[in-house]
Design a protein around this ligand. Structure first.
Ligand SMILES: Cc1cc2nc3c(=O)[nH]c(=O)nc-3n(C[C@H](O)[C@H](O)[C@H](O)COP(=O)(O)O)c2cc1C
Length: 218
């Protein structure tokens, strides 16, 4: 695929098929993503790829915590939606509105989105990205570049992804199952696999008009 096609075709997939992902693909994707830029080439990233029985156990532990209504506590704090600035809040509201309209009604949308979340998108692989706890704020930018390169490299191989807050809600489960040291911050999970042919995966999110985003000064 050429670059423009890859960029346009990448979108978040929320229900993966059970088709497994080749280990060689995971290695090639991460090797390519290592070419992402970082502050003074500091390369803050590490990747813990959860697959097979390990991922099944993570899913089971999450299910149990959800069953007990345990409050999420990801390593990065989550800001309440009402505290975001007006523009980004409006974009989030618009997204939620469109998702509901993609389905028959709110109940169907809620049921399908909740099911996907509860099962960690049925992903056969989740790549958990960490950075050292002693990091500069700039490293978060580096992690974003690294993550996007992972998602584009995956799309180029015909694989789908979703970057996910949902999968990093209970860091102690991930530290235990994946042996992630305490001095690393778990930034995000990127679910990886092949999209199931199902309605939830046909939703395409929209973007703001270019004029609202780009200002060219002469
Ligand atoms: C850091 C981050 C965390 C996200 N967490 C979730 C999540 O927990 N659940 C979810 O359904 N989507 C999640 N997403 C996906 C976004 O909703 C999605 O990227 C956005 O709506 C744009 O759609 P697209 O990725 O299909 O272009 C997350 C995205 C990012 C970048």
């Amino acid at each position: 695929m050429d670059l423009i096609e890859v960029v346009k075709k990448r979108h978040s997939v929320r229900h993966f098929s059970q088709k497994s992902v080749a280990t060689s693909d995971i290695k090639e994707i991460i090797k390519l993503a290592q070419l992402a830029p970082s502050w003074v080439n500091s390369q803050p990233w590490k990747v813990y790829a959860a697959t097979g029985k390990t991922l099944e156990q993570i899913k089971a532990d999450y299910e149990q915590k959800d069953h007990l209504n345990e409050k999420s506590h990801p390593d990065f704090p989550v800001m309440h939606r009402d505290d975001w600035n007006n523009r980004t809040q409006a974009n989030m509201k618009q997204w939620r509105h469109e998702i509901v309209h993609h389905f028959a009604d709110f109940d169907e949308a809620h049921h399908i989105m909740s099911d996907a979340s509860e099962h960690l998108n049925y992903a056969p692989v989740i790549l958990f990205l960490t950075m050292p706890k002693d990091s500069s704020l700039w490293s978060v930018f580096d992690m974003g570049s690294f993550g996007q390169t992972i998602m584009l490299a995956a799309k180029d191989k015909g694989l789908d992804t979703i970057p996910n807050y949902n999968s990093v809600r209970f860091p102690e489960v991930l530290r235990k199952q994946l042996d992630i040291p305490e001095d690393e911050t778990i930034v995000v999970g990127i679910s990886l696999g092949y999209a199931e042919d199902i309605k939830i995966n046909t939703y395409q999110s929209k973007r703001e008009p270019l004029e609202d985003v780009l200002k060219i000064s002469k």
